[in-house]
Each structure stands twice: as structure tokens, then as C-alpha cells.
Design a protein around this ligand. Structure first.
Ligand SMILES: [Zn+2]
Ligand SMILES: [Zn+2]
Length: 127
């Protein structure tokens, strides 16, 4: 049995190596042949924990599912409504947004997520 800290490290490394936006199930399917003792629940719990510490990002999809992202720099996502494809979009730093947030609401801004929905090229081309 793997130590908890070791499990977390493996899961973090796996998400970062994907370079895409895997679901917990995809991370589990990738790791399961290598670590047969790792359960889907453990994978999901560790992914959530890692997103809480800021090591990875958790993305809430419009269909209610979660995806995970090893890229922690600020960037926006566009997701295809039909096939669920997720792409990254680099966004310029949102200068002044933290000030606006605090002025309007009194909140201290700790992060922001922009998720744009659309229809990808493949789906648009009738596939
Ligand atoms: Zn699509
Ligand atoms: Zn991303």
C-alpha cells in the first residue's frame, strides 16, 4: 500500500503530465494498471485536496462534472457543449480586477475562473 503523501504526489504528477483536462475517472484509468490498489475514491479525494492547496485547478463543467488542470497559471477555458473538449486560452493579467472586486463587494480576490462555452470545430463540421 502506498503512503498517502506518495499517492498524492503520483496523482499530482499524473495530472501535470496530461497537459489536458482529465476527469477523475481518466486519471484513475491511467493510474490503475500501475497502482492496482488505488481506488477511484482515493484519486478523487486527492484531486480535490490538491486543488484546495492550489497545486492543480479544479474546473466545474457546465454539465456538472469536474475536470482537473495541472496548469495553475491564470488562463481561461473554452469548452465544447457537444463533445466536452476543453481548450486553454491565455488571458492577459486582469489588471485592476482585484481593486474592482474589493471596491464593489469588500472581498479580497484570491482567484478567478473564466469558462466559455461553445462548439468546437470538429462538432461544427458535422462530426
Ligand atoms: Zn466538440
Ligand atoms: Zn487549462
Amino acid at each position: 500500500m502506498l503512503k498517502y503523501s506518495k499517492q498524492r504526489e503520483i496523482i499530482e504528477r499524473t495530472v501535470k503530465s496530461f497537459g489536458s483536462h482529465p476527469s477523475a475517472g481518466e486519471v484513475y484509468e491511467y493510474l490503475h494498471p500501475l497502482y492496482p490498489n488505488l481506488s477511484l475514491g482515493t484519486v478523487y479525494r486527492n484531486l480535490t485536496l490538491l486543488s484546495e492547496t492550489g497545486a492543480i485547478q479544479k474546473l466545474h463543467m457546465p454539465d456538472g462534472s469536474d475536470r482537473f488542470d495541472g496548469q495553475t497559471r491564470d488562463h481561461a477555458h473554452v469548452v465544447c457543449e457537444r463533445c466536452g473538449l476543453v481548450r486553454d486560452i491565455d488571458t492577459p493579467p486582469q489588471i485592476g480586477l482585484a481593486d474592482l472586486v474589493s471596491e464593489k463587494t469588500g472581498f479580497v480576490m484570491t482567484g478567478s475562473q473564466l469558462l466559455i462555452t461553445g462548439i468546437c470545430e470538429a462538432c461544427r463540421n458535422g462530426k
